[in-house]
Ligand binder design. Structure first.
Ligand SMILES: Cc1ncc(COP(=O)(O)O)c(C=O)c1O
Length: 364
């Protein structure tokens, strides 16, 4: 079976060597040596204030708590995202207003966001760097600024992505990364939260740690968002190699592009030449749902895993009640999209075989 993704792990001996310190000190958690080292490593790389957290999901929830948006306020958000983005709003008592995406970039469309903002006057604007493709930060910051709303980017897929040369993590007011096992660099489970605002970062250090610091006095509503030393030690090794990891991933994406360039009616998610995506997922879009379905079926019967990311949130059972407008682009993309296998040790022979199956089954 060819999986859709496979984590890129360091040499086992290198990990065990780091764990020796944990066994000696018996410090398993509480933002000790490796959590602090990972924060410095990621912060230096991203060039922005950075905090570790137990997952992207908890990072989003605690980040919104630290932004202190009044409960009941509306938040603009794409429906074409993972459900964590929406859950985090609801845990904080906010009301999601779903906004359509751009058909080329698959990111939230700033014009659609501006129209929705006029309707609901949002207290928060949230957008996802879909599959690592950096959002139009300028367009969205105009919308957010017009309503005095903070701009939060779900950067779950974007560790290593760049918008016009600037690392994702430093382009929103607050950004939240995931380091789970499906991401290009991983701590098994984990996340990072970034901001240029020291006051936000100070509040976030409370909300990610039950709401208190060493005095056990709860100052904010918090959660257990601690990253264990075992997870952080893994991240110290994997995040150190982000550039090599991305180089390999991007060369595989290039090979996919070359192999599939002549397939009629197939296109790739559009990433601007001056930007860089991690391609957390390699999405191809067909001109009809029939072509997508026939390629998907052929790949499945050849034991090649694919995914239909993202199932739109506005149509999910627990979020449907917030859906007030139709989202034609989101819905069409979900019918035509397919994510293909991409991971560092995907062999050229396997990649070429995948492309051959796509090419032979796309004419529907
Ligand atoms: C867009 C998006 N946001 C948030 C998350 C949640 O991250 P985590 O799995 O680290 O909790 C994911 C997970 O894949 C995601 O894809």
């Amino acid at each position: 079976m060819i999986p859709i993704t496979r984590p890129d792990l360091p040499a086992f001996e290198d990990y065990v060597e780091l764990l020796e310190r944990v066994w000696e000190t018996r410090m398993l958690s509480n933002f000790d040596h490796y959590a602090q080292r990972l924060e410095r490593l990621a912060g230096d790389y991203l060039g922005v204030g950075t905090r570790v957290v137990s997952s992207g999901d908890v990072g989003l929830t605690c980040a919104i708590a630290a932004l202190d948006v009044p409960r009941g306020a509306h938040a603009l958000v794409p429906a074409f995202t993972f459900n964590s983005t929406i859950n985090a709003l609801l845990w904080n008592g906010l009301v999601p207003t779903f906004v359509d995406i751009d058909a080329d970039t698959l990111n939230m469309d700033p014009d659609a966001a501006a129209r929705a903002a006029e309707r609901v006057r949002p207290g928060l604007v949230v957008a996802t760097h879909c599959f690592g493709n950096p959002v139009d930060a300028q367009g969205l910051s105009r919308v957010a600024a017009a309503h005095g709303a903070p701009l939060l980017f779900d950067a779950a897929h974007g560790y290593g992505s760049k918008r016009a040369g600037v690392h994702v993590g430093g382009i929103g007011d607050v950004e939240v990364f995931s380091l789970s096992g499906t991401k290009p660099v991983t701590t098994a489970e984990g996340g990072l939260v970034t901001s240029r605002d020291p006051e936000f970062l100070e509040r976030f250090t409370y909300t990610r740690a039950y709401g208190f610091q060493t005095d056990y006095n709860s100052r904010f509503i918090g959660l257990n968002g601690k990253m264990s030393e075992l997870h952080a030690a893994l991240g110290v090794l994997t995040l150190a190699h982000i550039e090599e990891t991305l180089e390999t991933r991007l060369s595989l994406v290039e090979r996919y592009r070359r192999n599939l360039q002549s397939v009629r009616g197939l296109r790739f998610q559009a990433v601007r030449a001056e930007d860089r995506s991690t391609y957390k997922d390699l999405a191809v879009i067909f001109s009809t749902a029939g072509a997508r379905n026939s390629v998907e079926a052929a790949l499945t019967s050849a034991a090649i895993q694919t995914k239909r990311y993202f199932r739109p949130c506005h149509a999910m059972d627990s979020f449907r009640r917030f859906s007030t407008e139709t989202l034609p682009v989101t819905e069409t993309m979900y019918e035509r999209i397919l994510c293909l296998p991409l991971f560092c040790d995907l062999g050229h022979e396997d990649l070429d075989r995948i492309c051959h199956i796509v090419t032979s089954n796309a004419a529907c």
